[in-house]
Design a protein around this ligand. Structure first.
Ligand SMILES: *Cc1c(COP(=O)(O)O)cnc(C)c1O
Length: 431
């Protein structure tokens, strides 16, 4: 469910015509819907409400502070994977006591920052990381609450680049090494490994991989407790998929009921880290047609957004629905075209050829389901500045990240002395 719908023949974000936002901020831009973010958060939180649960939004999916703040006001925590994301979550008003620090390559500096901020727990992914964390915590005289991220060796049946729960992936402690890791944690100063964390991947469209992984975790909790460890919390990660096209992911209700049945009687606090599920369909990328070019076998609709703005189609072969802002007549012509950006790469496409209502230069198009892993993965390739982000709330909209300018970009670069012109060299020499 989302709030980007046609009314009177044109697309709105909640109660605001997209056309009006485009006129005010220019194109391309990302647009997020408050009502959709809130709806997705509430549906998920309700679905796991039977557990002692905390929903920590995975900030890497959409790290705009206005998006995080929208969710924080509903009680969401945050799952962060860098000290930069931690800072965003804190600035957005997420209390440190609801921040989980994840990630396979935390530096000592990031560990220190997380400990000083007082985050809820740090998810540790290896024995060397555990030892480093113990050292950092001891030097600061802070006690670190830790969950060991385990690798359950479960195939999430998703795109290979976002599967994280197989033994050959870089994530988590190998299943066979898990007992020894908790045993070592018990000996180390300033770390308390009272949690078990697992995250098997993203855009998962079937409950079975989750059930398998969580079942293994439940068995592990029993085994660890039998060895004398105190295990009080589980972090079950994110990963529940969303419909981009005709996918039918499990509902949050079905997911919540499954979790309840698998881990509900362990007496643990349970943390969830959904990202895509909350923000994916709460955002769109709005772009303008530059021109239509007739190719040999098809025509190309060249738009002003590109792979640097939204890399998912080329990185993950991802499907994103594309719709005109001006509603096309239901019985109108729908030629097969390819929507592409201006970048000098064949991969700069928003999807394989598809049927789209006839478009002309200056038309506005909406690329749907762009609220997760969209703006956060943008780059400035081809010296294309980062585009603005806009948050809509009923009749109101606000630019929540400004468009970067080329001058902003160039201001961060300078020539070394040996390439500066003679004039500047002479001035430096004082002559
Ligand atoms: C990416 C990630 C998430 C969020 O995944 P979604 O598929 O967006 O829900 C949660 N936890 C961890 C550890 C992650 O790396």
């Amino acid at each position: 469910m989302d709030h980007f719908q046609y009314k009177n023949g044109e697309m709105y974000a909640e109660a605001v015509p997209i056309r009006e936002i485009a006129a005010a901020v220019g194109t391309p831009f990302y647009c997020y819907s408050t009502a959709t973010l809130e709806h997705h958060y509430r549906v998920f939180a309700d679905a796991v409400g039977g557990l002692d649960a905390t929903v920590c939004f995975a900030v890497k999916a959409n790290s705009n502070i206005a998006v995080i703040a929208t969710l924080a006001r509903l009680g969401a925590g945050a799952d962060v994977v860098s000290s930069g994301e931690m800072k965003r979550a804190l600035v957005a008003g997420v209390p440190a006591s609801k921040i989980v620090f994840s990630g396979v390559g935390k530096t000592s500096g990031e560990m220190a920052a997380a400990l000083k901020a007082g985050v809820l727990h740090i998810n540790v992914e290896s024995l060397p990381e555990l030892e480093t964390l113990s050292g950092v915590a001891a030097s600061l005289n802070i006690e670190a609450n830790v969950a060991i991220r385990v690798n359950p060796d479960v195939d999430a049946l998703t795109h290979e680049k976002i599967a994280t729960g197989k033994s050959e992936n870089k994530f988590g402690v190998d299943w066979a090494d898990v007992p020894a890791t908790y045993a070592r944690a018990a000996q180390l100063p300033n770390v308390h490994a009272t949690g078990v964390a697992v995250h098997i991947g993203s855009q998962i469209l079937d409950l079975e991989p989750f059930r398998k992984a969580y079942g293994r975790v439940a068995g592990l909790v029993g085994a660890l407790r039998a060895q004398g460890h105190i295990i009080g919390h589980l972090d079950l990660g994110g990963g529940l998929g969303i419909p981009y096209g005709d996918e039918h992911p499990p509902t949050p209700e079905a997911y919540g009921a499954m979790v309840q049945s698998v881990v509900g009687d362990l007496g643990c606090q349970v943390y969830f880290e959904p990202g895509r599920l909350i923000s994916g369909n709460a955002g769109i990328l709005v772009t303008r047609v530059i021109r239509v070019k007739q190719g040999v076998s098809r025509s190309f609709v060249i738009v002003d957004a590109a792979m640097n703005d939204l890399i998912r189609p080329t990185l993950y072969d991802a499907y994103h629905a594309i719709e005109p802002v001006t509603e096309a007549p239901a019985d109108g012509e729908q030629p097969v075209v390819e929507v592409v950006g201006p970048i000098c790469e064949t991969g700069d496409t928003f999807g394989a050829p598809r049927a789209l209502p006839v478009t002309a230069p200056e038309d506005l198009l909406v690329v749907r389901s762009a609220g997760a892993y969209g703006a956060v993965m943008a780059s400035t390739y081809n010296t294309r500045p980062l585009v603005p982000e806009v948050l809509v709330n009923a009749e109101a909209f606000s630019v929540v990240r400004d468009r970067v300018t080329v001058d902003d970009m160039l201001a961060r670069e300078q020539l070394p002395d040996w390439l500066s012109n003679g004039d500047r060299l002479r001035r430096k020499a004082g002559s």
